[in-house]
Write a protein of this length. Structure first.
Length: 52
């Protein structure tokens, strides 16, 4: 998307647009995943998770 300059893409099912995917949607998803991963790693490193 970034290399071609697209900020929004249609989500298509059976030749019908059912939604729009934006760069912001992708950023929010990636950010949430990274924050969850960081939290799990911190819990493991500092003993606040994984069976403590």
């Amino acid at each position: 998307m970034r290399s071609k300059g697209f900020r929004h893409l249609p989500v298509i099912e059976k030749k019908k647009i059912i939604g729009i995917l934006s760069m912001r949607d992708l950023y929010d998803y990636a950010n949430t995943e990274l924050q969850d991963s960081l939290k799990k790693h911190q819990e493991f490193m500092f003993g606040t998770g994984y069976g403590s």
